[in-house]
Design a protein around this ligand. Sequence first.
Ligand code: S3P
Ligand code: PEP
Length: 401
Amino acid sequence: MRWPGGPLRGTALLPASKSESNRALIIRALAGGGQLSNLSEANDTQLMSRLLAHPAAPEFDAEDAGTVMRFLTAFLAATGRHASISGTPRMLERPIGVLVDALRQLGADIEYVGREGYPPLQLRGWQARGGAPLSVRGDISSQFISALMMIGPLVPGGLHLQLTGHVGSRPYILMTAALMRHFGAEVDVQEREVHVAPQPYQPADYAVEADWSAASYWYSLVALAPEGSQLHLPGLRRQSWQGDQAIARLMEPLGVHTEFVDDGVVLRQTSERAARVAMNFTDCPDLAQTIAVAAAATGVVVDMTGLESLRIKETDRILALQTELAKFGAGMAPEGKDMFRVSAERLHVQGQTVETYHDHRMAMAFAPLALRGRLTVNTPAVVRKSYPFFWEELRQAGFEL
Ligand SMILES: O=C(O)C1=C[C@@H](OP(=O)(O)O)[C@@H](O)[C@H](O)C1
Ligand SMILES: C=C(OP(=O)(O)O)C(=O)O
C-alpha cells in the first residue's frame, strides 16, 4: 500500500463498538428482549450473535474472541447449559482459570478438557449458590469480572466480588456496569468491591456507539499525514462508556487535536508535538500498539507503562511490536521494571513487510506507516475481528492498495 501525497482529508466510517455490542447481546439474552441498534460489524460481534441464537447447542466455538469466550462461558454456566466451549489455538493459550474458579464457587459444574486453567471447557449445568463474597483477581483480565457481573442478577442473594491485585482495564468494568443499569440491574462498583443485586434485568433498547479503539488508527493517520490533514469521524460521543476515548487525550502530544461536533469528532493535525511523554495503558491496553507506532513515526519518545496484559492478548503484543518496529529502525526497549521506551531517530519506510501474528491491531496500528513510504501488511484479513471494512475505508481516504 502507498499514499499518493497531499493532506489526508474527508470522513471515515468506524465500526460500532464491539465491547458494547457483545455486552448488550449477552444482557439482552438474559433480559429476554430489547432492540439493539448499530450492533458492530466485527466478527467478534457477528459470532456472539450467531452463538446466542442457539443457546442449547452442544458445542460452541469462540474462535479468537476473548469477550465471546469469557462472557459466553459465564452465560452458559448461569443458564444451566451442558455444552463444550473452545476456540482457536491461540484462544487455548489465553487463561480462563480465574473465571472458572469463581463460577464453580457460584455452583457451576465445569471441567477443563485439556490444560488446567485454559479452554476448552466442558459445562455440565449449575446448582445456583450465592451469598458469600467471591475473591477475584483483577490483574489478568477484566473480562472475567465483566462476565461474572453480567450474570450477577441471576445469583441467589446477589453477587459480591472482592477484587484483588492491580485491577487493569477498569473502564471496561464500568462499561459493563453502565450497560447492566441500562437494562434495569442494580450494580455498585467500588475500588475493590462489586455488588450486583438479585434483581432481574428488564428489556430495553440500546444504540451502540462507534468504536473508539478503531478510531485510534485514524488518529494515528492524522498524526503521520502531511501538514493540513483533518478528518471527520461520525458516531463518536463526548459522553462515552468506552475507556479508549482516552485516545483523544493521548494523541494531543503526538500532534492531533480533537474537536467534538454534533455527530462525532473532527481531528486536526497541530504542529505542537512533545519531545517526550510518559503514558500508562492500564486502563486502555488496546491503544498501546497505535501509540507505539505513531510515536515512533512522529519522533516522540514515549515511556510506556501498564502493558502487562498485552502478552496474553491475540498475540504477545510486546514481542510483536518489538519485532516489527525494529524493521523500521525503531525500538521498544525495556527500561527498568514494567516500562518500555519507544523511540526512533528517523523512521524509514521503504518497502518493508509487516507481520500481523493473527492480531487485527498489529495490522491497523502499522497501516499508517504507508503515509511515509511503500508498505506491505501480511494477512490483512485479520482486521475482520473488529473492523472488517478498515482497508476499504483507507482506499476511500485515498490510499492505493
Ligand atoms: O471487556 C472488553 O470488552 C475488553 C477488555 C479488555 O481486555 P482485558 O480486560 O483482558 O484487558 C480489552 O483489551 C478487550 O479488547 C476488550
Ligand atoms: C484484546 C482484544 O480482544 P479480546 O480480548 O476480546 O479477544 C482486542 O480486541 O484487542
